[in-house]
Structures are given as C-alpha cells and as structure tokens.
Design a protein around this ligand. Sequence first.
Ligand SMILES: [Fe+2]
Length: 412
Amino acid sequence: MFGNNKDKYLSCKRLLVSFSVLFLLALVLIPPPGPRAAEEDVTWGPYLTLRSASEFVVNWKGTGSGAGELYYLRAIRYWQEEGFSENTLSGPESDGFHHVGVSGLDPATRYVYAVDGKTGPGRENYFTSLRDDPDGFSFFAYSDTQNCYQRHRIVASEMALDPADPAFVLHAGDLVESPLSENWKNFFWAIRPYSGSTPLLPVLGNHEKNHDSYYDAFVLPEGGGDYGKEWYSFTYGDARFIFLDSNAGQIGLGDFLKQTNWLKDQLDRNEKPFTVVIFHHPIFSSKYPEGADVGLKDSWHRIFKEGGVDLVFSGHIHSYERSVEDGITYIVTGGGGAPTGTLESRFDSSRVAISHTLHYIRVNLDGGQATVQAVKVADLEEGYWNRYCDDEVVVKGEVMDEVTIPYKSEQG
Ligand SMILES: [Fe+2]
C-alpha cells in the first residue's frame, strides 16, 4: 500500500517537474505578444532628422531585410480611428538602415508614427511638425557625447523633459568615440529620450573620422563635400543655420577652401536677421595658448564678422565657455556626456568659463532677440575620466549662464 502511494507521489512529482520545465521553456521560446514583439528588430532608433523645415525624416536600423515600412498619421485621426488606417510609406533598405522622408505635413500638427516590426507597426512615437512661419521658437545645442553613453543619456533625458520644447537639436560633433557599430548603437540608445520626437542636426567631430557610418546614419539638408552633407545649411523662422566641417587636416586644403567659398556664398545670400554657425573645433578657447586656433581664426572669423554671424557653437574642449569677439558670441559646449576637463586660465575675450558640468544650451528666438541659456544638468567630480561613467550624479536642471543677443537689425 505504502509502495503504491509512494509510486503515485513520485509520478505526480515527475509530472509537476515536467510541466514546470515546459512552462519555463515556453516563457523563453515564445515571444511576448503585441507591439513589443514588433519592436524587437529595431536596433537603433527610431530617430528624426530633417531635410528641410517641411520634411521630417524617420530613421531606424533593423536586423530584418527588405523595405522599411513607416506608418504615420495625424494623431487626432489615429486616436479616433484607433490605428493606422492609411499613410504608410516605404523606404529602400541599405544594410539594415531605413530613412523615410515625410513631407506635405500640415504645419504645427501632432503626428503619430511607428516603424515596422515582425508583426506590423511597433510602438507609437509622436512629433509635432514645424510651423510655416514661426514668430518665435526654441532649439537646443550640445556636443561631445563620446565614451560615456550613460551620462549622455542623462543629458538627453533632461533635454526631452525641458518644457521649452525645442524645434530641433544641434550637435557640434564627437557623437561617438570611434565610428564602430557598438558605439553608434550606444549613441542611439542614449538619445532615445528625445530622438523619436525631436530632429537631430549634427556636424562631424574628429572622432567620427569622416567615416561612412556617419553619412549612413544621418539624412540631412543639402550642402557640399562628401555625400553633399559634410557641410550644409538650413533655415527656420528668423534664423539661418550653417553647419561646417572644421576637421581641416582631415578634409584637405582643396575641400577646405571649397567649403570656405560655400560659406561666403551662404552668408552673401543670407537674408535672415539672425545667423547661427556650428562646427566642432572652437576658434576661441581658454584651452589654446593665445586663446585662439590661429588657422581657423584666419580662415573663418573675418568671414563670420563680415557676413553678419551672430552666434557660433563648437565643442571639442570638454568644458563650457562663452566669449565675444567683434560682436560675435562664441560658445563652446563640450558637456554632452564625455569626460570633462578643466580650464585653468582665461583668455581676454572669455566672459564665462565653467568646468566639469554636464550641460546643454537652450536658445529661444523671439521678439527680435535670442535668449541663450546654458543649462547645467549635473556637476561632475574633478579627476581623470570623472571616475566611472555610471557613477550617480545629482541632476540640477538650472541655468548656469545666460545672455541675450539682439538681432543686428534691432541694434541702434
Ligand atoms: Fe573633438
């Protein structure tokens, strides 16, 4: 009797163990249902760029093959109809990359979009199309996000949460430490807080090494140089934005002169009252022995002055510094996440210098002036490499420097 009961007990136990094993196997092997499954083969992004103020580009990299499908719709219709009933666009695939341009958007309108996955549209993302002729708008600028993608993610999160709601984000280069796929993957992970809803407009730093992977990743407004987007320009509202490649040694004298002539032509034809230029290596910095990169200064500063440039952004030096030369405000914003450095002395034109801060720049153009604020995200401890990239930081979100620049046409 006891023997029989023991056999039954052992059979039940075996059955339970078998069910448990099957259940665990099912958990591992069967993918979860719904949008999460569809997102599984999106490895980078989605992230937005612009071809012009009226054309958004949705970009992503997947592990699948074939044309990438983008589903998009005015958000109000999506909510009313509970799905993507129409407006699907396909883009050609290149090595897993998808870049799908969306034009003909209604201005200042909320859109919802999703990129394709294994089972249809994945998770929803939202963006607001730009206005036709905005009275005022905001944009952000930052730089040097290499090495510490965890810290970059903190800066990107603060930018995403900033109520200024920027029309786009400028990046002054050194997005990644080197143009390896793993570094790009970390970069696109770090910018995910804003990248699905706010377009990114970058320039080349020295660390991108003018590698094809940069050009593969970014669809940008038309310009010149490699792939027609090594340098480029863009207009929105009252402002003209000019993006340059300052890697003079890398691009060679011939192309550098070609770019400088293109710059002159851009400024000659510029009718906007406010002009912003962005490139990686600063012309002016306390880090330089005489406060200036003499070669770049000789090449571009006079052209900026004669061409009416108002505001210049650079990175490369991993600190914050604002200087004024011949009425042009120069800002170095090297605090996007990379290990920070110390500015030990100050050159004559330096107005403010702040070391060891994660930060970004918030600019608002309105009422005939630009209000430029440097936003401190967090202080970092001084020391080589700031110890570890995943050290906790105390997020501040406070304005650490502010300046107002009236449009030249508004000045007496
Ligand atoms: Fe750099």
